[in-house]
Write a protein that binds this ligand. Structure first.
Ligand code: NAD
Length: 455
């Protein structure tokens, strides 16, 4: 049986005097061979029939109880998140704790959304299970992202095969094993493996792919799902803009700019990636950004005071460096930090003079970088903010007129004097940042087949 080894994100280093990269293993899991996938699917099919025969309320109760069981391994999960992807202990604890605490509320909301509706004339609108849902998830919020799609998929009466990121297999294994102490056998299974296993799962005999990850993988999945017309929910990447108007509360804008660029070491789908600031306030804005950014502490997950962890792996580290080096070559100024950091960390970095030809402006940057450009005409700022194939979230900071600017931004979630996206609202991307979404009744119903039943 092949194994998938997991490495401590904070331990990657180059061996002195050579190009060899080494890291400490945290542990390993059994990888699922593609040839064994049909057996997993057969088990999921059988289990789904029994699961779907339970009432909505019985499924809700099972799921709520299964999430309660997670409390026993909450700390273990948080530590594994810290080790496998580098998030500091406080944030990892918050991710796991939030998932556990919110499960009963969301289970209730999902149950309400999926209850049959009476349309009159002896006709009902029903929300029926789709069958088998493949949930394919990323490493940056390994519990929260899987959970967002698992909950509605399960309560809707589907069986689920979770294909977690190959970067965070141990977190996923403990998560699923614990839920499965309560859930009936094979209603939820984990398929451990890399991208090739994900591809095999998408083309296998399943009914829906609920995916969170990169735009490139999303496009590939969409193409592979097309022959079977499989249902899709695609939560993809972002390149989120922020516009700071001259009328903005500068301190509030600075706090958001830095926090949102550095959260999760910048490895967040809705992190602020490009900041367009009115040139009349740009000097003060930049100076305060540098002051605040300099206070961030970089280090491993278990070091006190750390709020920026390592990049998840050498490939991601290298990608961020390439974008910084490209920006430098094209004339950007480094107000804090540099374009060259040893593994595994990227120090807090503030770059000004961002221009549209830089990779930093065009691509998603998954690192702790504040990237700033100045404008003298708000229409130019809006044009540049919208000049992206992505459209996940966007923010505008300003006084009068900020709402009108926000109305013109092409994103699924837009915030005025705050980030885009609200607690109970759908998590939704526009343009190539998404296709389908989760959250609220409209989101939950995407995990079900609508059926009109006339008696
Ligand atoms: P990724 O796309 O490389 O991998 C995500 C998952 O998909 C992994 O499990 C991977 O093994 C699998 N996979 C990759 N290619 C596949 C393919 N062709 N077919 C089937 N499965 C495939 O993404 P990542 O590096 O793990 O995560 C970071 C990305 O996720 C960023 O772009 C980030 O913005 C995005 N993200 C989006 C959201 C959102 O809600 N919109 C949330 C978190 C992360």
């Amino acid at each position: 049986m092949a194994v998938l080894t997991s490495y401590d994100a904070g331990s990657y280093h180059k061996v002195v005097g050579s190009d060899t990269i080494q890291a400490t293993a945290v542990g390993s899991v059994d990888a699922l061979a593609i040839s064994d996938l049909p057996q997993v699917i057969a088990q999921a099919k059988t289990a789904q029939k029994i699961w779907a025969s339970l009432t909505l309320s019985e499924r809700q109760q099972y799921v709520v109880k299964a999430y309660q069981a997670l409390a026993e391994v909450q700390d273990e999960l948080a530590v594994l998140i810290g080790q496998e992807m580098g998030k500091d202990y406080r944030r990892a604890t918050y991710e796991v704790g939030g998932t556990i605490q919110n499960a009963p509320y969301f289970a209730g909301e999902i149950g309400d959304a999926l209850a049959a509706e009476d349309l009159g004339n002896n006709t009902q609108l029903q929300y029926r299970p789709l069958g088998i849902v493949a949930v394919i998830s990323p490493w940056n919020y390994p519990i929260a992202m899987a959970n967002n799609l698992l909950l509605p998929a399960l309560i809707a009466g589907n069986s689920v095969i979770l294909k977690p990121s190959e970067q965070t297999p141990l977190v996923a294994q403990l998560f699923v094993d614990t839920l499965n102490k309560v859930l009936p056998a094979h209603v939820l299974q984990v398929a451990q493996g890399d991208k090739a296993l994900g591809q095999a799962l998408v083309i296998a005999d399943i009914n829906m792919v609920a995916f969170t990850g990169s735009m490139a993988a999303g496009k590939h999945i969409m193409a592979n799902a097309a022959p079977g017309l499989k249902r899709l929910v695609m939560e993809l990447g972002g390149n989120d803009p922020m516009i700071v108007m001259a009328s903005a509360n500068i301190d509030a804008a600075v706090r958001f700019a830095v926090a949102s660029s550095f959260e999760n070491a910048g490895q967040m789908c809705t992190s602020t990636e490009r900041i367009y600031v009115d040139e009349r306030i740009a000097d003060e804005f930049e100076q305060k950004v540098v002051q605040l950014a300099s206070r961030y502490q970089v280090g491993k997950w278990d070091q006190a005071q750390v709020n920026i962890g390592p990049m998840v792996n050498p490939t991601q580290h290298q990608k961020v460096l390439q974008q910084l080096q490209d920006a430098k070559a094209k004339g950007a100024q480094f107000l804090l930090g540099s374009d060259d950091y040893p593994l595994p960390f990227i120090q807090p970095t503030v770059v000004s003079g961002l221009t549209p030809d830089m990779l930093l402006e065009r691509e998603e940057t998954f690192g702790p970088v504040v990237a700033i450009s100045r404008f003298n005409d708000i229409n130019d700022a809006i044009t540049r903010a919208n000049d992206s194939i992505y459209g996940l979230s966007a923010a505008v900071f300003g006084g009068q007129g900020a709402n009108a600017v926000a109305e013109q931004l092409e994103a699924g979630m837009v915030g005025v004097n705050q980030g885009g996206g609200a607690g109970n609202a759908p998590w939704v991307g526009a343009k190539q940042s998404g296709f389908g979404f989760h959250g609220t009744a409209a989101g939950h119903r995407q995990f079900a087949q609508v059926r009109v039943m006339s008696y």
